[in-house]
Design a protein around this ligand. Structure first.
Ligand SMILES: [Zn+2]
Length: 799
């Protein structure tokens, strides 16, 4: 498939190599460039070139006439084979895309972010993932700056106040994976087998990034992938680059991965919660070195293949590297559950979505591409077995390395390796949107399954999915492929316990019909994952109106004094969410659960309990003034509070003191991003809405990293006292937010994740506002808002 707006690839058959020279004016924020592109074309060559000034195009010493529309560079070559030389000029971008300025305090570095279609903003190129080529990069800039790219440095020359750095040629790769970083970097070096490992971060007086843990995590996951994939890491070196400002979490540029600073830094003050995300993101990005970089999707409609696979492999490798975290528990509650929450809306899309124009690609970086795709892979792995799955993946990578592939290629390899029907099942899941609810009921000794589409709006549709249904009956696991509307299995007459969707490997929810069957479910020994599944499904049924609020509360009561991490954190999440949409009705239930939870987890020392205790305590400051005061009293001794508990101390202090000035002072003196975020969270946890507005305005004052403005809104959304303040502020600043995050999916995330909650109780007003302000993502936010608003009304009526 091709881009509808520009079709540069229409005549170009192949691009062999880009020989690129950039002369970077670091202070003036612009650059001059010359690129020699060795290509093959059946007619006039057209290239992607957005916002660049094209000076001349030559073939050998001959000038070639060209036209540049501002987006596409048409070169009148006729049928052509060989090198074309283009001289051009570009500007450093001020938002988060292309070759952009990433600021910190008084300084900045320059860094690229080229996924999905931003390479064309930096150099003229065929900006299409299937046009893989080799890149030879040379950069001239100020003597005192370093330059980082995908490959190791081949040579360096100095001349006056300038330095020219030439890099070794890359293997064949897609344009979106090219990387260039220019600035004052601290670079630390390590090694892993034959690979040089580097950590790089902006050099400045305060705010050193402590990279020891990131090296350790990188080595561990490299080990895992090299053995799992059976292919060694492909490049001579690998950089982990911390970028001071970054719209996304991280980016898998081949050999030069970029991260937010918070995702490479771990020291003694780092919470377990933050440390876990460091490990996960490193594992995700390094998985892309094989899946995405070595083998790349043919076109963006298979973006999910990159992202879901990296997400799935992240959990696999992290599970091996840090077994004590039992990370599959976090997988279901983040990836699976997050994707279901999105996919249960009428406004969703199939995993494999049609992509027509570049703007649409950004919107695909969502819960469906990452979480649903990864959950489907987990479901298929459980169905065909982990060994077969691994063998299929290995075959696939071997076959398509340095090249491109599609989802179908992966299925056929999994099918071949397992001798099981994989392609038909996968097609059923990736080509249609939504997911099923499996309704289970008893008919004598038969267990009857019936499937239909699950929608939060309460409706349904006649779709069916090929569902590998698993069940555990009296401790024994069995499975069937439910690919029609209805199927049934015989149960032994003596059946004492059963549960469907064992360990929650399936991407469906299960509704058990009738008390007799429900009793059987609760009689068995349920794993943490299964206990999680029951309460996860209950929330879905509550939101969709399939069960009344009273029935939901009865179920929640079963988790009253929950001692296990996964079900406890899930119930905490759910009660906090319900408290956000119906604060006055939920405050008591939620407070009781969290108070009890704090005393249960207080003395547990494992990492997951430590994380959970921190989360529970932070939530309790919003629910219980007495606790807020108690927690806040430790503020003067914050340095000695254990890292995961610091959030609750800062939030408790904010709620009990209203000390805006004091918290701002602490924020300004912070040296790490985790600390800064912690104070920002405190600064929107006040009870006084005027102080919230002050903080929200402060977030746009230039003193908060632009990437973190989204976090400020997220934190404020958890505080019911902040609701009106956020909405008023959002209406005033919508244009600024949209501009700040343009070219990324961040703005629509604000809408669908936070505005849908902030709008509860004022749904009509929000709908009217968005009918006047047409923005991408508003439709999803509004659908969610209507569902939440309905539920809030029902809760109101029932308590
Ligand atoms: Zn990714």
């Amino acid at each position: 498939m091709q881009l509808a707006t520009t079709q540069p690839e229409k005549n170009v058959q192949e691009v062999r190599e880009y020989d690129l020279f950039l002369d970077v004016d670091f202070v003036g924020l612009r650059y001059g460039g010359k690129v020699t592109i060795d290509l093959e074309s059946v007619g006039d060559v057209s290239l992607d070139a957005v916002g660049l000034q094209i000076n001349n195009v030559k073939s050998g010493s001959r000038a070639v006439p060209f036209k540049h529309s501002g987006k596409v560079l048409e070169i009148q070559t006729g049928k052509f084979s060989g090198p074309l030389e283009i001289e051009f000029k570009g500007r450093v971008s001020d938002n988060f895309t292309g070759f952009y300025k990433a600021s910190y305090g008084d300084g900045y570095i320059l860094s690229t972010h080229l996924e999905a279609v931003q390479a064309r903003k930096v150099i003229p190129c065929v900006d299409h993932p299937a046009f893989k080529a080799m890149f030879k990069v040379k950069v001239r800039t100020d003597q005192n700056l370093s330059v980082i790219s995908n490959m190791p440095i081949e040579s360096e020359t100095k001349e006056g106040s300038k330095r020219t750095v030439a890099f070794k040629k890359t293997p064949k790769m897609s344009t979106y994976l090219l990387y260039l970083g220019v600035g004052k970097f601290v670079q630390e070096k390590g090694r892993h087998g034959g690979t040089d490992l580097y950590a790089a971060y902006a050099d400045r007086p305060t705010g050193k990034i402590n990279t020891e843990f990131s090296f350790d995590a990188s080595r561990k996951v490299l080990d895992f992938y090299e053995s799992y994939f059976g292919i060694p890491f492909q490049l001579p070196k690998l950089h982990n680059v911390a970028v001071p400002e970054f719209a996304y979490g991280a980016m898998e540029n081949w050999g030069a991965i970029t991260y937010r600073e918070i995702l490479l830094h771990v020291d003694k003050d780092t919470s377990v919660r933050a440390k876990k995300s460091v490990a996960h993101v490193i594992a995700h990005e390094i998985a892309h070195m094989w899946f995405g970089d070595l083998v790349t999707m043919k076109w963006w409609d298979d973006l999910w293949l990159n992202e879901s696979f990296a997400t799935f492999m992240d959990f696999k490798s992290t599970n091996q590297a840090y077994p004590e975290w039992k990370v599959w528990q976090d997988f279901v509650r983040t990836s699976t559950s997050g994707a279901m929450g999105r996919d249960a809306l009428t406004k969703t899309h199939p995993i494999m979505a049609k992509v027509h124009d570049p703007e649409e690609i950004e919107e695909l970086f969502d819960e469906i591409s990452y979480g649903k795709g990864a959950s489907i892979l987990r479901m298929i792995e459980a169905y065909i077995g982990p060994e077969n799955f691994k063998n299929g993946v290995r075959q696939y990578l071997q076959k398509f390395r340095y090249s491109n592939a599609s989802g179908h290629d992966l299925w056929s390899n999994l099918q071949e390796a397992s001798g099981t029907e994989v392609s038909r099942i996968m097609e059923g899941w990736i080509s249609q949107e939504g997911f099923p609810v499996v309704k289970a009921s008893l008919a004598g000794t038969r267990l009857v399954f019936e499937q239909e589409r699950f929608l939060l709006t309460g409706g349904t549709s006649k779709q069916t999915w090929p569902i590998p249904v698993t069940m555990i009956v009296d401790g024994k696991t069995q499975s069937l492929l439910l690919d029609k509307r209805k199927a049934e299995v015989n149960l032994p007459a003596t059946t004492r316990s059963l549960k469907v969707n064992v360990d929650q490997t399936g991407f469906y929810v299960v509704q058990y019909d009738g008390k007799a069957l429900q009793d059987l479910v609760w009689k068995g020994r349920l794993s943490s994952l299964d206990r999680w599944g029951l309460v996860n499904d209950a929330k879905a049924f509550l939101l969709s109106g399939r069960i009344p609020f009273k029935e939901y509360l009865d179920l929640i009561e079963k988790y009253d004094r929950e001692e296990e991490y996964l079900p406890a954190i899930e119930v905490s999440d759910q009660l906090s969410f319900l408290y956000q949409i119906a604060p006055s009705k939920l405050v008591e239930i939620s407070r009781n659960f969290h108070s009890a939870g704090l005393s249960i987890f207080e003395n547990k020392r494992d990492d997951n309990s430590t994380t959970l205790k921190g989360i529970i305590a932070a939530r309790l400051t919003l629910l219980d003034d007495g606790y807020a005061k108690l927690a806040g009293s430790k503020f003067k001794d914050l340095a000695n509070v254990e890292p995961d508990m610091k959030r609750s101390v800062v939030m408790g202090y904010a709620r009990s003191s209203n000390d805006y000035g004091g918290l701002i002072g602490r924020y300004m003196n912070s040296t790490t991003d985790e600390e800064r975020l912690r104070f920002l969270e405190g600064l929107v946890s006040f009870k006084n809405p005027e102080l919230i507005t002050k903080t929200l305005n402060f977030a746009l004052s230039g003193k908060v990293k632009r990437q973190d403005v989204r976090n400020v809104i997220l934190y404020a959304t958890s505080n019911p006292d902040a609701r009106t303040a956020i909405w008023q502020w959002f209406k005033k600043n919508i244009a600024k937010l949209e501009e700040m995050y343009s070219g990324t999916a961040q703005f629509s995330i604000i809408l669908r994740e936070y505005l849908s909650i902030v709008g509860v109780g004022r749904a009509a007003e929000v709908e009217k506002f968005f009918s006047e302000h047409k923005v991408i993502g508003a439709d999803i936010a509004l659908e969610r808002l209507r569902i939440y608003d309905q539920l809030a009304k029902k809760i109101d009526a029932s308590i």
